[in-house]
Design a protein around this ligand. Structure first.
Ligand code: ADP
Ligand code: MG
Length: 278
C-alpha cells in the first residue's frame, strides 16, 4: 500500500501580484509504506515545500496529496493527516518546548488527547527508541546537537506517526551526531516498520535509503535505487549535486578503460573491485 500518493502536485508561493515562486511543479510520486526514501536536490529545489505538502502544512494549488488515502485538502480529516506524518526539522533548538525531557516528549501526545497512562508508556518507548531513556528526568538544554535531534525524533514518534519526515535534520550536526540520528531513523524503519522520508544534502545518507529521489527546480528529475541514481553522475552534476568521491573515482577509472563498474559507492567497494584487477 502507498503511505503517500502525490498526483500532479504543484505549489507556488505568491510574493506579490507580479511575483510568484513555483516551488513544486507537477510532481507525481508514490511512497510505499515501510520504505526508507531519501530526497536530495540543490538549495531551493523544492524539498522543504514538498515535505510540508506531505503533512498538510501546505495544500497544493493543483493536484492531490493523499496520506493513507486521505486527501490533505479535506479540512475535516487534516488532523488524521498531521497525526500520521511527523516532521523533524533542521534546528534542534527550535523543536523543544519543555525544560524537562519527559515533559517535552509528553507534549505531543498530550495535545492529541492521549490518556495519561498511555502517555507515560509512550514517553518511555519513544526515549528508548532513540537511546535517550536515561536522560528522561534531565534537561534538554545541555545535550549535544545529535542528542537534541534524537530527542526531537522522540517527541515526534511519541505521537505514533506512520511516516517520519526528516527535513535536513542532520544538517547542523557533527559527523557523530549525524550518524546517531541516521541510525535511529533506520532502526525505526526496520524494527517499527515506520516509513521514513529523509531529506538530506549528505550523499552518504542518501546512499543508505531504499530509494533516492532527486529534485531540481521543483520537479522530480531522478527516482531510483541510490546506486543507479549515483551512476548517473553527469546528470547529478547538471542538477548541482556531487557524487561520493569513491563513485567519482570509479567513473574516472571506467572512462580510462579500467572496468570497475560505475556503481561503486564507497572506498571499501572500490578496493574490492580494484584488487582483482591488479
Ligand atoms: P529546498 O528545501 O529544496 O531548499 P524550498 O522548498 O525551501 O527548497 O524552496 C523552494 C523555492 O521556494 C525556493 O525558490 C524558495 O526561495 C521558495 N520559498 C520557500 N519557502 C518560501 C516562503 N515561505 N515564501 C516564499 N518563497 C519561498
Ligand atoms: Mg529545505
Amino acid at each position: 500500500m502507498s503511505a503517500i500518493e502525490l498526483k500532479n502536485v504543484s505549489f507556488s508561493y505568491v510574493l506579490s501580484e507580479t511575483e510568484i515562486v513555483r516551488a513544486v511543479r507537477n510532481v507525481s510520486l508514490e511512497i510505499e509504506e515501510g520504505s526508507f526514501v531519501a530526497i536530495v536536490g540543490h538549495n531551493g529545489s523544492g524539498k522543504s515545500t514538498l515535505a510540508k505538502l506531505l503533512n498538510g502544512l501546505l495544500i497544493p494549488d493543483k493536484g492531490t496529496v493523499k496520506v493513507f488515502g486521505i486527501d490533505t485538502k479535506e479540512k475535516s480529516t487534516i488532523y488524521e493527516v498531521r497525526k500520521n506524518v511527523g516532521m523533524v526539522f533542521q534546528n534542534p533548538d527550535n523543536q523543544m518546548v519543555a525544560s524537562i525531557i519527559e515533559d517535552d516528549i509528553a507534549f505531543g501526545p498530550e495535545n492529541l488527547g492521549v490518556k495519561r497512562e498511555e502517555i507515560v508508556e509512550r514517553v518511555d518507548w519513544a526515549l528508548s527508541q532513540v537511546g535517550m531513556l536515561e536522560h528522561k528526568k534531565g534537561t534538554p538544554f545541555k545535550l549535544s546537537g545529535g542528542q537534541k535531534q534524537r530527542l526531537a525524533i522522540a517527541g515526534i514518534i511519541a505521537m505514533k506517526p506512520k511516516v517520519l519526515v526528516l527535513d535536513e535534520s542532520t544538517a547542523m550536526l557533527d559527523p557523530q551526531g549525524r550518524a546517531e540520528v541516521m541510525r535511529v531513523a533506520h532502526e525505526l524503519n526496520k524494527k517499527e516498520g515506520m516509513t521514513v522520508i529523509c531529506i538530506t544534502h549528505y550523499m552518504e545518507e542518501a546512499l543508505e535509503a531504499d530509494r533516492l529521489i532527486v529534485m531540481s527546480d521543483g520537479k522530480v528529475v531522478l527516482d531510483n535505487i541510490p546506486k543507479l541514481v549515483f551512476a548517473q553522475s553527469k546528470e547529478l552534476l547538471d542538477y548541482k549535486l556531487t557524487v561520493p568521491l569513491a563513485t567519482q573515482a570509479a567513473i574516472e577509472l571506467e572512462n580510462l578503460g579500467i572496468s570497475v563498474g560505475k556503481d561503486v559507492m564507497n572506498k571499501e567497494e572500490l578496493v574490492e573491485r580494484l584488487c582483482p584487477l591488479l
